[in-house]
Design a binder for this molecule. Structure first.
Ligand SMILES: Nc1ncnc2c1ncn2[C@@H]1O[C@H](COP(=O)(O)OP(=O)(O)O)[C@@H](O)[C@H]1O
Ligand SMILES: [Mg+2]
Length: 472
């Protein structure tokens, strides 16, 4: 990322600091030395490019410049020609973070020339996701994707990832966007409301326009002004069964992404966009499914929170690297088990964090999220894997469900249901041997939720045959 940082921006920030400290601007020769050093040039090359003599640049400019910059930057940092770039990168980063923080405090405002609306989640300690961020930047900056959907279970880190992405993009290519809008959606949000908010943010006059006219107004605006729009938590937006709402959000997305432009809409959602929006060929978007943190980053996170030892790996595996789940369980281990993962495992306890629980409550409780067959599959898997095996082969699943439901099962329906569950990261498939029959399992936390059924949402309508003494 660092190589992308814009040098002019760096100079601007540095010059401001130098001015404050010394009361003067940087000289032309000093700027030449800074620019050259930033680009890895030696004095000879800088001299050739700038027309000054090498001796002058080295002794007359460079040497006092490093001393002065060391003082300006402070904190005991010794600026030298070779260390200039990493030091300046840090300075710029701090400067931006400061601006972002100030922004969070008074909600809307300016970062550089970018007008920002909405409250981004605060990025504190952030682990891993280097590749995701790199890929996203490529999709946005190079391929000019107009719509990207990030899906994944609750608490896996979708919102934080996008906040981090925005932070880095602001840092590397400031002023790229005229607007950055973060819209956190709740159960009470609607497409109409999103549209109205955007119109207000862009300061457009919607008069008495109808829905479609408002969409073209918006479309026009984001075609001519570069905007980054985040719709965070899109799963909240609609009852997935309501076809009219689906059509409305399709109109919204088609209207805003049909023509190639420099703006981008990022949607985060616990369920794939296809399930909330009526998607036809006219609406093309990139869909990325976010999994937990990779093992190395997750272990780093555990270390940082005071856990250590061989068992970290197992803990990460149990919680599938889900950062918010790991945070909750780490807290428990520290509080109740003196920081010993081994002792925690001895009690065969599985902790469900509030975010994942909220998500599962929604999936099981809210009409339209999981149909009866999908629920039955999950219950069957939970009960079976709690007996002995970790993965249930497809054929066993078919037979077991037939018996359980006491009816003829359409295989194509079953396959479709499994696909949906997999897309929502609710079931796991074994993909170790591609030639083998597919087999299915549940993440331990999901299994625990189903068997414990904390709110009575799982077993309530779907079946009365809750088994009582399973081990979990
Ligand atoms: N990459 C990460 N590094 C450190 N902590 C993370 C990371 N991603 C998520 N978290 C933690 O998990 C919590 C949930 O993340 P969030 O982005 O809100 O999940 P989602 O939007 O997928 O529901 C965050 O508040 C943070 O504490
Ligand atoms: Mg979120």
């Amino acid at each position: 990322m660092d190589s992308d940082v814009n040098l002019d921006k760096v100079l601007e920030i540095l010059e401001e600091r130098v001015l404050q400290y010394t009361g003067r601007y940087l000289t032309e020769a000093e700027i030449a030395v800074i620019k050259g050093s930033w680009n890895g040039k030696d004095y000879k090359e800088i001299a050739r490019d700038s027309g000054y003599t090498m001796q002058y640049l080295q002794a007359g400019v460079g040497s006092p410049l490093w001393t002065m910059l060391s003082k300006v930057i402070g904190e005991g940092v010794q600026v030298k020609k070779l260390t200039l770039k990493p030091i300046l990168l840090k300075v710029v980063k701090k400067d931006y973070l400061k601006k972002l923080k100030a922004l969070n405090q008074n909600d809307d405002g300016l970062v550089g020339k970018t007008i920002m609306y909405g409250e981004l989640p605060k990025v504190g300690l952030f682990y891993g996701r280097e590749k995701d961020i790199k890929d996203l930047k490529y999709q946005i900056n190079v391929l000019k994707q107009t719509c990207i959907a990030i899906t994944g279970v609750g608490g896996v880190g979708k919102s934080l990832l996008i906040a981090k992405l925005i932070e880095e993009m602001l840092l590397e290519k400031p002023d790229t966007y005229e607007y950055i809008i973060w819209n956190t959606l709740t159960r009470y949000s609607s497409v109409d409301e999103i549209v109205a908010k955007l119109i207000k943010n862009f300061n457009l006059n919607d008069g008495n326009k109808n829905f479609n006219e408002k969409i073209s107004l918006l479309s026009n605006h984001i075609n001519t002004h570069r905007c980054l729009i985040v719709l965070d938590g899109f799963e909240n937006i609609a009852n997935v069964k309501n076809f009219e709402q689906k059509l409305e959000s399709e109109d919204f997305f088609i209207g805003l992404t049909r023509e190639p432009h420099q703006s981008c809409i990022i949607v985060t959602s616990q369920v794939p966009l296809e399930e909330i929006t009526y998607v036809t060929k006219k609406f093309s978007f990139l869909s990325l499914r976010l999994e937990g943190l990779d093992e190395r980053s997750a272990i780093e996170m555990l270390y940082e929170k005071g856990l250590s030892g061989e068992e970290c790996k197992e803990l990460v595996e149990t919680y599938r690297g889900n950062p918010s789940e790991l945070e909750v369980v780490t807290d428990r281990i520290n509080r109740f088990f003196g920081g010993s993962i081994k002792n925690f495992f001895k009690y065969k306890s599985t902790v469900i964090g509030p975010r994942l629980q909220a998500m599962l409550n929604q999936q099981f409780g809210q009409a339209g999220f999981l149909n009866n067959l999908q629920k039955q599959i999950m219950i069957y898997l939970a009960e079976e894997i709690s007996k002995d095996s970790s993965f249930i082969p497809f054929s066993k699943l078919v037979d077991g469900l037939k018996e359980r439901l006491n009816l003829e099962l359409s295989i194509s329906e079953l396959i479709m249901a499994l696909e949906v569950l997999e897309q929502r990261s609710l079931v796991e498939t074994s993909k170790k041997f591609t030639k083998q029959e597919a087999s299915y399992s549940l993440e331990p936390v999901v299994k625990k939720y189903i068997l414990a059924d904390p709110l009575g949402l799982v077993y309530e309508q779907s079946s009365k045959t809750k088994i009582s003494n399973s081990s979990y």
